[in-house]
Design a protein around this ligand. Structure first.
Ligand code: CTP
Ligand code: MG
Length: 392
């Protein structure tokens, strides 16, 4: 590689007004995209290139502290230059700052285009070296209309001769500095640097730009540019509970009072199904069990409605960012028959857990008269709860 002859000017002195979605906001070039700010990403596109001699950032006079906070250390990154009211002022001030040790070629890039590829930069540099001036362009894909200004269209414009201009725009340094200085003396403001060069009669070559090299302009653009969040972790918890039958007690299953000759014995309302679901949910948090959160020794829970245990477990899960996906439960008893009450129970559980009915499954089985449930000594319940948690 020969001696690098290209200087890069990154203009970051705008206020980012169109990206501010109301209220006082961080200017767009200092907002984060994933783990780095827009401006830092733009700088990183250039500093490590062997053909780049230096990178100079033009910043807004009010953004000094913001820029310093980026704390980017790189031998090729020079001190920032203060910009002006219009983009063209910022570019000119940046070029003038470089003029002490002028590079042969200068690339002028919008800080707001942090996704420029190395291949676009390669092409701009080689075309600008060969021809004196080159910019990346994209063909216009939409049909273009001229308007009358009264809500009607006047004509269709031939788009084959039109291009959308991107940056970096590459120029022989002396020519673009001269053009910008002449423009400001003539009181003219242009929206890009190729326009300034064209005005001075400099032929500007086009190289093929990239759709990905978009300019972040609106808050929507910044949002869409964020990397997708990593997929959540799925945790499955299981719960199991048993309560013995007891006379003179109401029978609660899944928060619903079920008409039956007997209820279940227990300190609380003995809702064996809600207890199994609560334990399953606590299982997804690896955070103890229903007994450790609501000790039977505590008088506060005597005859307590078990809904509140489940509500508490749901709140703990939500605190950890949990999104409950599904509940699947099985009631094991010879009697009462669960079928007639199944949907009422499902609705009640969905209501307590704030879930869609389709996410709550309640099944029932007998144990073929075997064991304690078969002997009608009590009811057992099992539950599985599936929860998505954000990756830490
Ligand atoms: N820019 C600049 N100096 C200005 C205006 C703009 O250096 N006086 C820079 C911006 O920081 C940006 C690039 O020029 O990197 C393109 O400008 P634009 O996307 O219009 O950004 P802003 O002017 O900041 O945004 P807005 O027009 O929405 O206020
Ligand atoms: Mg602007």
């Amino acid at each position: 590689m020969t001696h690098p002859t290209t200087g890069v000017l990154i203009v970051a002195a705008g206020k980012g007004l169109r990206a501010a979605s109301g209220g006082i906001e961080m200017p767009k070039q200092y907002q984060m995209i994933g783990d780095a700010t827009v401006l830092e990403r733009s700088i990183r596109c250039f500093v490590d290139r062997e053909d780049v001699r230096s990178v100079t950032v033009v910043i807004h006079p009010d953004h000094d502290a913001l820029y310093r906070a980026l704390d980017i250390q790189h031998p090729k990154l020079t001190s920032p230059v203060t910009g002006g009211d219009e983009r063209s002022d910022s570019v000119r001030l940046g070029l003038e700052a470089l003029s002490g040790e002028p590079p042969e070629l200068v690339l002028i890039h919008d800080a707001a285009r942090p996704f420029v590829s190395q291949s676009v930069i390669d092409q701009v540099i080689s075309a600008a070296q060969a021809t004196g001036a080159a910019i990346p362009c994209l063909p216009v894909v939409d049909t273009l209309k001229a308007v009358n200004g009264d809500g009607t269209l006047s004509s269709t414009v031939d788009r084959s001769k039109l291009r959308a201009a991107q940056t970096p725009q590459g120029f022989k340094f002396e020519a673009i500095l001269d053009a910008h200085q002449k423009a400001v003396h003539s009181g003219l403001a242009f929206t890009d640097d190729a326009a300034v060069a064209e005005w001075q009669g400099v032929a500007v070559a086009e190289v093929v730009g990239e759709k990905g090299n978009l300019k972040l302009t609106t808050a929507e653009d910044l949002k869409a540019a964020q990397p997708p969040s990593p997929p959540p972790i799925v945790r499955v918890g299981q719960g199991y509970d048993v309560h013995a039958f007891a006379d003179d007690r109401p029978l609660f299953l899944g928060g619903v009072e079920i008409p039956h000759t007997r209820g279940l014995a227990g300190h609380s309302d003995a809702d064996v199904l809600l207890h199994a679901i609560t334990d399953a949910l606590l299982g997804t948090l690896a955070n103890g069990d229903i007994g450790s959160h609501f000790p039977p020794s505590d008088a506060a829970w005597k005859d307590a409605v078990s809904d509140q245990f489940l509500v508490h477990a749901c709140a703990l899960s939500a605190e950890d960012g949990g999104v409950i996906q599904h509940v699947d439960a099985t009631i094991i008893c010879e009697a009462p028959k669960i079928g007639p009450h199944r949907d009422t129970i499902r609705e009640k559980i969905a209501d307590i857990m704030d879930l869609n009915l389709r996410s709550v499954s309640v099944k029932a089985t007998t144990s073929e008269r075997l064991g304690f449930t078969g002997r009608r000594e009590g009811i057992a319940a099992m539950a599985t709860v599936t929860v998505e948690y954000p990756r830490a």
